[in-house]
Design a protein around this ligand. Structure first.
Ligand SMILES: Cc1cc2nc3c(=O)[nH]c(=O)nc-3n(C[C@H](O)[C@H](O)[C@H](O)COP(=O)(O)OP(=O)(O)OC[C@H]3O[C@@H](n4cnc5c(N)ncnc54)[C@H](O)[C@@H]3O)c2cc1C
Length: 313
């Protein structure tokens, strides 16, 4: 028993939601312990330019912003640790969590901020330009602004893809939307919206073969018609992937209520899950907004909810 650590507030995940929760929890004397997981700093560490987080008039790189959030949490005493949570038993009064399959932690409250992972096609050229920040993105709201008055391609056929294509159409000269089959997966109304937008061209039965570029930036996309087999190149400076996100919730499957796609369900405006003392914030419980500022805001809510839960106990 002696090597089991007891903590008041355990935070899982180190994106904007987790670090904001840590700042609030530390300042409320909850001595939070935060495990960073395999991606310290979260999704924003994969982007060069963040221009829409308030407080940075000149913009900031994702890694720089996340280092500042970490430092801010540490300034108030948050204990930030390396480690991947591999198992959780959350239903009792004492929440049991295992880190790296070995370390066992007992917590009075747990804040889950494990985020969601954007899905990509997996083409080597896509990953190449993604890693360079050279024209591949999984977030139109985040990166669309960089492609003002330019031509872009978006791949996807669900509601999010339609919403993102429509968002891009207001910024870009032309949006080409690639739909792999002969049907949209979105609601009828979203499909109609893209079909009725003048500068969106929809190519049905069309797959992405390759992302073209000069080695540094994207210059086009090679596509293939799945019926005829015919290939052609489309000029574009941006390639947007909108084929879905996977919430990082596998380890909570037996423990917490989630929707059919694996997002944690929280109650109303709160961060409360269906298990008392367990709170969720950020992208792991939000498939609609998925922004750093909304994740940070919900991290604040989770820490306040956890503090109130402890106070009531
Ligand atoms: C390329 C890209 C560019 C973006 N640009 C912008 C932008 O310009 N502006 C904007 O507002 N938003 C942007 N976003 C969206 C933004 O990054 C997310 O909305 C935000 O990071 C969500 O924060 P989060 O804290 O919920 O989770 P995440 O940032 O996803 O962090 C999740 C954390 O959980 C950890 N974790 C997961 N599982 C475990 C586990 N089992 N144990 C321990 N830790 C775990 C991970 O290591 C990670 O630290 C961008 C996203 C991407 C992918």
């Amino acid at each position: 028993m002696s090597d089991i650590e007891r903590v008041k507030c355990l935070i899982i995940g180190s994106g904007p939601a987790g670090y904001t929760a840590a700042i609030y929890a530390a300042r409320a004397n909850m001595a939070p312990v935060l495990y960073q997981g395999l991606q310290p700093g979260g999704q924003l560490t994969t982007t060069n330019e963040v221009e829409n987080f308030p407080g940075y008039p000149e913009g900031v790189t994702g890694p720089e912003m996340m280092m500042q959030l970490q430092a801010q949490a540490q300034r108030f005493g948050a204990d930030i640790r390396d480690g991947w949570v591999t198992k959780a038993e959350l239903k009792g009064d004492v929440k049991k969590v295992w880190v790296n399959e070995t370390t066992e932690i007992h917590a009075d409250t747990v804040i889950i901020s494990t985020g969601a992972t954007a899905m990509y096609l997996g083409l080597p050229s896509e990953q190449h330009y993604l890693s360079l920040g050279g024209g591949v993105s999984a977030c139109a709201v985040c990166d669309g602004f960089f492609y003002r008055n330019q031509e872009v391609v978006i791949v996807g056929a669900g509601d999010s893809a339609c919403e993102e294509a429509h968002y891009l159409s207001k910024l870009c000269k032309k949006v080409t939307m690639l739909v792999r089959s002969d049907k949209f997966r979105s609601s009828r109304i979203m499909e109609e919206r893209v079909r009725n937008t003048e500068n969106i061209e929809i190519l049905m039965n069309t797959s992405t073969v390759d992302i073209l570029g000069d080695g540094n930036v994207v210059t086009g996309v090679r596509v293939k018609n799945n019926i005829t087999g015919e290939e052609k190149d489309i000029e574009a400076t941006g390639f947007f992937v909108a084929i879905g996100h996977k919430p990082n919730t596998d380890i909570f499957k037996e423990e917490l209520e989630m929707d059919e796609t694996g997002y944690l369900i929280t109650q109303g405006k709160t961060s409360k899950t269906n298990v008392e003392g367990v709170f969720a914030c950020g992208d792991v419980q939000d498939k609609d907004y998925r922004q750093a500022i909304t994740a940070a805001g919900s991290g604040c809510i989770a820490a306040l909810d956890a503090e109130r839960y402890l106070a009531a106990k």
